[in-house]
Design a protein around this ligand. Structure first.
Ligand SMILES: [Fe+2]
Length: 468
């Protein structure tokens, strides 16, 4: 092997394990972007399916703790219609039927359609199911694949999308994600940005539901609430928070013993996924605090080695946008994340991409003035994927000096994929939206925070349960 080949080899190794190298990179790349304006309502991207009262805005999410159920949701505009789901393992043959429920809401002068939610449970793992909603000529058919049984070594691919909105950049992110082979979306908050319209026009919730249907009807999206879901408008007489979001996007919170759909957990394949609410009380003794304390005790890394946390507001962020907004939650939860060796914390909110090294700042002390993040092998990697492409545009102003904790940052649109390979390794890639150029984006190999320690690896080798 020649000298140049060796140098290239060493360079590639360094790139792959960049999380262990303490020198951050700020990418100067700026993706050519479409204007940050929403797609017109009469666009093909929002097309209303033909026929009378035809189901639209179809989306599914996990329906239980372990992935043997889905919740199927959709909207009918003209009348209630049926909330039944016909389903089975063969196309056009539906052996089973599940009965759902219907709800609707008003928001100032907007009146929603009839919103249906139907729990389909008792499913087999690793099985393709076909389902049918609506009746007669207006019926529509879709399918989804259930995850493999919970197993520490089963491979699985998650996509991570945040702050999506409904611009042409949003559409590009969505279509690019659909090309990357993700099996489930981890969505880190800020969905439709309907609240940017006069009177928080719910018509833009409907168009967003139609925009994402091409993915969300076929694979679960795991929902996290962001600030654009709060919709607190006392000036319009709308004082209940998260009203449209909670009516439209349900979560399986009861199965993780949560008291609110805004924070909950699911287990899927080899991952334990915890969803937190940045905009609900979380300080000591609040319901979310009590719930998270108990949920972290329920995590079993022998079954689900990958511990992933989703939230909207990032705890580490070196962009001027939303700078330090996550400090309060960091103060409350960071020590738990380190204690339980969380692998990755995904957040959105900042409309850019940033990945941290493994750092913690638990010695912060308001009395002594100690306040420095330090490298910490037990700490999670914090990743901001608020770059879905909404109408507010990119957050292009990073702090001039890249802080030591920041590994990579770039103000472009995109999404991430997390490929869990087995209990010890995962491939992670940030995918900048396709712009026809071959450009290096961010990728690392994650070593599992629980299983990658030497003692456990040696034990595995000794018992020959797992190669290498
Ligand atoms: Fe946000």
């Amino acid at each position: 092997m020649g000298l140049w080949t060796w140098l290239l080899f060493i360079y590639l190794i360094l790139i792959c394990f960049v999380d262990d190298v303490l020198s951050g990179r700020t990418s100067s790349f700026r993706r050519s972007e479409w204007p940050s304006t929403d797609i017109p309502l009469d666009s093909e991207a929002f097309v209303v399916p033909g026929g009378y009262n035809t189901p639209q805005q179809v989306h599914i999410t996990q329906g239980d703790y372990d992935g043997k159920a889905v919740i199927i949701s959709w909207v009918t505009e003209s009348e209630t219609g049926t909330s039944e789901v016909l389903y089975g393992t063969e196309e056009h043959k539906y052996e089973h039927i599940a009965q759902g429920t219907t709800t609707n809401y008003t928001f100032y002068n907007y009146k929603s359609g009839f919103i249906h939610h139907c729990l389909v449970d008792g499913l087999k793992y690793n099985t393709k199911y076909h389902y049918k909603i609506g009746t007669g000529a207006s019926a529509r058919e879709f399918w989804f694949q259930t995850p493999p049984e919970i197993d520490p070594d089963v491979p699985y691919v998650f996509g991570v999308i945040g702050d999506l909105g409904q611009t042409f950049n949003s559409l590009s992110t969505l279509e690019h994600y659909m090309e990357t082979g993700g099996q489930t979306v981890l969505f880190v908050g800020d969905l439709s940005y309907a609240d940017r319209y006069e009177y928080n026009d719910g018509v833009r919730w409907d168009s967003w539901g139609r925009l994402v249907e091409k993915s969300a009807a076929y694979q679960p999206w795991i929902w996290t609430a962001g600030n654009h879901e709060i919709e607190y408008r006392p000036d319009l007489g709308e004082i209940s928070t998260f009203k449209p979001y909670l009516h439209r996007y349900v979560t399986p919170y009861v199965s993780s013993k949560s008291s609110s759909p805004l924070w909950y957990a699911v287990r899927r394949a080899s991952a334990h996924i915890i969803v937190l609410s940045s905009y609900s009380p979380f300080v000591k003794y609040t319901p979310q605090w009590f719930w998270l304390r108990e949920e972290l005790k329920r995590v079993n890394r022998e079954k689900t080695p990958w511990l992933i946390v989703l939230m909207h507001v990032p705890l580490y962020n070196s962009n001027e946008a939303h700078y330090m907004e996550g400090e309060a939650m960091r103060d409350v939860f960071e020590s738990w994340f380190v204690h339980y060796k969380v692998d990755i914390v995904f957040a959105g909110h900042v409309h850019a991409y940033e990945r941290s090294y493994r750092v913690s700042n638990m010695n912060y002390n308001i009395t002594s003035g100690s306040r420095h993040p330090v490298p910490d092998k037990s700490a999670p990697v914090y990743i901001i994927v608020g770059d879905g492409g909404n109408q507010e545009g990119l957050a292009v102003r990073f702090s001039d000096l890249q802080p030591d904790y920041s590994a990579f940052r770039e103000a472009s649109y995109g999404h991430s994929t997390l490929e869990l390979k087995n209990r010890t390794h995962a491939f992670y890639h940030w995918n900048r939206n396709n712009d026809g150029k071959h450009v290096l984006t961010d990728h690392i190999v994650f070593r599992n925070q629980y299983w990658a320690s030497n003692t456990r690896r040696r034990r595995l080798k000794k018992h020959r349960k797992f190669p290498n």
